[in-house]
Design a protein around this ligand. Sequence first.
Ligand code: SF4
Ligand code: SF4
Length: 505
Amino acid sequence: MADFETPELKEIPIIPHIKEGSMAHSKPYVAKAEFQEPLGYPGELVDNWEQVAVEKLGELTGKYRALQVFLDTCVKCGACTDKCHYYLGTSDPKNMPVARQDLLRKVYRRYYTFAGKYFPKLVGAVDMTKEVLDDWYSYFHQCSQCRRCSVYCPYGIDTAEISMAAREIMDAVGMGQKYCNEIIAKVFKIGNNLGLPEPALADTLEGLEEEVEEDTGVPVKFPLDVKGADILLVTPSADFFAEPHVDGLIGYAKVFHEAGASWTLSSYASEAANFGMFIGSYENMRRISRRVRKAAQELGVKRIIFGECGHAWRVAYAFLNTYAGPWDFLDPNYPVPQHICEYTYDLIQEGKLKFDKSENDHLTLTYHDSCNVARATRMGDKPGGQFTIPRAIIKATCNNYYDMPEDTIGEATFCCGGGGGLLTDDLMELRVKGAMPRMQAYKTVVDDHGVTHLAAICAICKTQFAKVMPYYGFGMTDVVSVHQLVSEAIILSDAPSDDDNDDNE
Ligand code: SF4
Ligand code: SF4
């Protein structure tokens, strides 16, 4: 199956002995000029790259105070060392969060601290060399920016921010990552990560309408570019065709239908994902976010709702107002933005959705909290809503549910192993090994409670699990969308009854 060994799942998690350099070979493909330049970066490694890198580091620590504080405050207490799924799965000590941070910190110290300038050896400061740059390229692409380590750090040091800064510096010297930069360039050119043009999207949605009507007898609509609709749904483009994502999209459409909502998708902003975050580029994140504003204004909508996507929700929740606001042209009675789970949950609370839970009786479920949703956002108006709301939806739509062990869910959730711009085949070994802690936790509920499926609300998690679960002996279809459960169980009030069907026979 692969030219690396899949880690063994153990009953009791074991902190691995270190294997120095065991993942030094893991590097994603470098972006070519055609993917670098549209993002405003040099096409290849610039001649004076050492100087550019050091200056960029100075610029970033000057602009982002948190970054400088993170680089200055680590006391090497070691609390974070065993918290990263990539360390647990690969045993490479440079995947310990503190060691990953140190790759950047030692250069920062050399050029931007008194001790590092005059007594570099004493404080572990080093020059910016090609060896350092290569190490950065390898290990800052072994961090999914999941922020789990920051939960356990007594100072709240966020390695994700340091990884983002390192990637921004690498882009600035002309050494960007192909997967992320190619995707961002596609969003600018066509509107979504997949490069799916408007006619293809319209065809896909038409096909979905036919399929759902055939299945339910109800003309559930998947509207595109409808001017004057109330709601603009911005969803990851994977929802348009990938499995199980598309089943989630069908779920959203059924919820809108049942609520009698007027909604639309946009062919211009046909992507919720915002990979600008993964490469640490606030400028690219801003440019992508502005597309949502333009679409909302042109369509004249009153509300914006985001579909199931972890990092997209993080960008929307944390940055949409700053980058694309003010949203004074939207209806002030609704949060901007709103998550589809909040929307569905509110309707459930109001008694406006009815479910036949037995439709999901062939499944026994658990729920994977996606990192970005869990540790960088909220949902609803109560603390912890990002944990309780998706679970409440699952429990409203199915009878069999069990949580994974407490230290692997909620704020302590383990990354799927493919987040942060690492969901590319050139990093398959890393993805499989990084998924080990989550797979281990999943196995405990499979063994103890007969769990058969893992539900998620993140497009990246769904794709990653579909790919890596078979490495651990699970099925590639054992991951489901939360709104897929909604779709299966929802009772559409205008569905033809059995009597109608009998009459037609
Ligand atoms: S942010 Fe996540 S992936 Fe990165 S070092 Fe911390 S735990 Fe590991
Ligand atoms: S837990 Fe925080 S202070 Fe301790 S070693 Fe890790 S990053 Fe440094």
